[in-house]
Design a protein around this ligand. Structure first.
Ligand code: GBH
Length: 467
């Protein structure tokens, strides 16, 4: 088989860290084993029509039982670090209260296996699988959830903190708010549009309180993983440019400003009438949220094109932002972009743009950056023999170069984690979109490295050889 030649262009710094990412509900399976409580994704996937073809994460990649094989695959890549998430309801079945030691035991074994293979464990505390019991009390719309999250962080750090030095609190609070609470296309399936805004504040507060709890347990490094997207106009009118501004505020600055600057952007046009959001933002909250971070994780997939909202003719649907209520409409990317299996445009320079924009916006308040997710999906299709995923190789190669371009222009980027190690449960798409370097046959659980696996292994080795 022809072996793709790695092409290290701009050198990345010597200590640059190479990783891969996954998330608990997407890979673990064992959804009801060893005392795990139900999460909102267990509930949501049981709802008819919620996920394509009724797929669920009940078994997923069966990683809960096969983690040793998966760590061996990571070792074969030569990874420095592995980003995974802890299932909150596996550890605290009802979200608070009694600790399920058997659940913690699993992460204990996983962390030991990683360390024995020379791979740094980088757990994320929350990757969208809220304990159902907390959703029954209104989930992230309820301020109490932030306090429960901090307690959970303390439990996890108490057990794993002697070996885990780098923690990530939340994964993509924007996407969880937007898809889970504003549009209803992810769990918990609420379609509140701008009334979902409290979910942003309560997640960020949870991050701040959890950061304090992790620090109290001696955590060396605390980060958060934000999904950020440079915003591009889909038209040229003043209204289109206003929509760009609105989307940038709601997607990017709503989450980055309070973390890095200690204040929210002006949301007066978007459902938060004054600085306290009608009393929701209390004294001390912003100080907690703005506690210093050791790193900012950025998940990048593609830029977002927006235009001014259309006249309010169409009724609001669950997947479509309702015209006339949101201050933007999503638009098609300009022509000429390759698309991933999902249809997302392939725009590597958007990653350079994002990194330079973060540096320009936040200056010295920007901590070192890690790319905590970046990757490309292919639609599910029958495979026979070798999986030549050249489009994934091209995608990863161009995006790693895009990181190097930003580093060359002075942005402090310390590492890159690709999404994902394994094909896995892709949320509302079920198993129909595959992001893995490793193919998973979901009938047999057989793992087969794709061509991109060999390419990434060689890319990492080339970087090490070059230093
Ligand atoms: C991440 O979310 C998640 O953290 C991860 O769990 C998930 O598996 C992975 O990405 C892949 O989906 O081009 O306008 O049609 C990513 C959130 C939202 C990013 C949709 C890309 C493209 C929308 N994504 N967005 S568009």
């Amino acid at each position: 088989t022809p072996k793709p030649t790695p092409t290290p262009t701009t050198p990345l710094p010597p200590g640059f860290s190479w990783g891969a990412s996954t998330a608990a509900y997407q890979i673990e399976g064992a959804a009801a084993e060893d005392g795990k409580g139900p999460s909102i994704w267990d509930t949501f996937t049981a709802r008819p029509g919620a996920v394509r073809d009724g797929h669920t994460g009940h078994t997923a990649c069966d990683h809960y039982h096969r983690y040793r094989e998966d760590v061996a695959l990571m070792r074969g890549l030569g990874l420095d670090a592995y980003r995974f998430s802890l299932s909150w309801p596996r550890i605290l079945p009802t979200g608070s209260g009694p600790v399920n030691q058997a659940g913690l035991d699993f992460y204990d074994r996983l962390v030991d296996e990683l360390l024995a293979n020379g791979i740094a464990p980088v757990p994320t505390l929350f990757h969208w699988d809220l304990p159902q019991a907390l959703e029954d009390a209104d989930g992230w719309l309820n301020r109490d959830t932030a306090h429960r999250f901090a307690e959970y962080a303390a439990v996890a750090a108490d057990r794993l903190g002697d070996r885990v030095t780098r923690w990530i609190t939340l994964n993509e609070p924007f996407v969880h708010m937007a898809y889970g609470y504003a549009f209803g296309i992810h769990a918990p399936g609420r379609a509140l549009l701008l009334d979902a805004l409290p979910v942003a504040h309560h997640q960020l507060l949870g991050h701040g309180l959890a950061t304090a709890a992790l620090r109290a347990h001696g955590a060396a490094q605390v980060m958060i993983a934000n999904n950020c997207s440079p915003v591009r106009p889909g038209g040229r009118s003043a209204e289109d440019l206003a929509a760009v501004e609105a989307y940038d505020i709601l997607h990017n600055r709503l989450f980055n400003d309070p973390l890095l600057l200690g204040s929210y952007p002006d949301l007066s046009g978007y459902g938060a009438p004054e600085p306290t959001w009608g009393g929701l933002v209390r004294d001390g909250d912003l100080a907690a949220i703005a506690a210093p971070l050791d790193g900012l994780g950025l998940n990048y997939y593609n830029p977002t094109w927006v235009v001014a909202p259309a006249a309010p003719t169409a009724p609001a649907g669950p997947a479509a932002p309702s015209a006339g209520i949101l201050p933007f409409d999503l638009a098609e990317p300009g022509p000429g972009y390759a698309r991933t299996g999902f249809g997302w445009p392939v725009v590597p320079d958007g990653l350079t743009e994002l990194l330079l924009q973060m540096r320009q916006r936040y200056g010295d308040a920007l901590p070192p950056v890690w790319i905590t997710e970046n990757g490309c999906s292919q639609p599910d299709r029958p495979v026979d023999g070798e999986i030549r995923d050249q489009d994934r190789i091209d995608y990863l190669d161009a995006h790693i170069d895009a990181v190097a371009a930003a580093v060359a222009q002075g942005v402090d980027v310390r590492g890159y984690f690709t999404w994902s190690l394994l094909d896995n449960f892709e949320w509302a798409e079920g198993y129909h979109q595959r992001f893995g370097l490793v193919h998973v046959d979901f009938e047999t659980q057989v793992r087969t490295p794709k061509a991109s696996y060999g390419w990434y292994r060689d890319r990492i080795a080339a970087h090490r050889g070059a230093r």
